[in-house]
Design a protein around this ligand. Structure first.
Ligand SMILES: [Zn+2]
Length: 139
């Protein structure tokens, strides 16, 4: 009889020490870059918005100014999210949980991690989270 691994999806191999080290360096570099992008963005945001709203004058197009402001805020929020994800990946790296799926415990695999080093779930679990079966979909 052929013994099949229970649970299926056991196709990704655990990280080797070399792969792990490579991803650790990548995470570190990304995290430095994301943080500097974020602080730059926040600085820009202050100056730009002050200009934006001052230059408008009484007949200025507030709709456009507001749309731009919101877009900037959204991208700043997104950067903050990225920084948070990278930080949590670094923490998992230190605690030894890095590379293992948070949900099912399977190895996430080097290919996936090297494409998205902050990934904390395997492809199957991430997919399940992003596409909740039925129910309310908020955009
Ligand atoms: Zn999983």
């Amino acid at each position: 009889m052929t013994a099949k691994p229970v649970g299926g999806a056991a196709n990704a191999a655990p990280l080797t020490p070399a792969e792990r080290e490579q991803l650790r360096a990548k995470l570190e570099a990304l995290s430095v870059r994301a943080e500097s992008a974020l602080s730059r963005k926040q600085g820009e945001l202050k100056n730009e918005d002050a200009d934006l709203f001052r230059d408008l004058g009484p007949t200025g197009d507030w709709a456009i100014a507001e749309a731009e402001f919101e877009r900037d805020m959204a991208s700043a929020a997104q950067s903050r999210g990225v920084v948070a994800q990278l930080k949590s990946a670094e923490r998992r790296m230190q605690s030894g949980e890095y590379g293992w799926c948070e949900d099912c415990g399977a190895a996430i695999g080097f290919a996936r991690l090297s494409a998205s080093p902050a990934a904390s779930r395997c492809v199957a679990c991430q997919g399940a989270r992003e596409r909740p079966a039925g129910g309310s979909v908020s955009r």
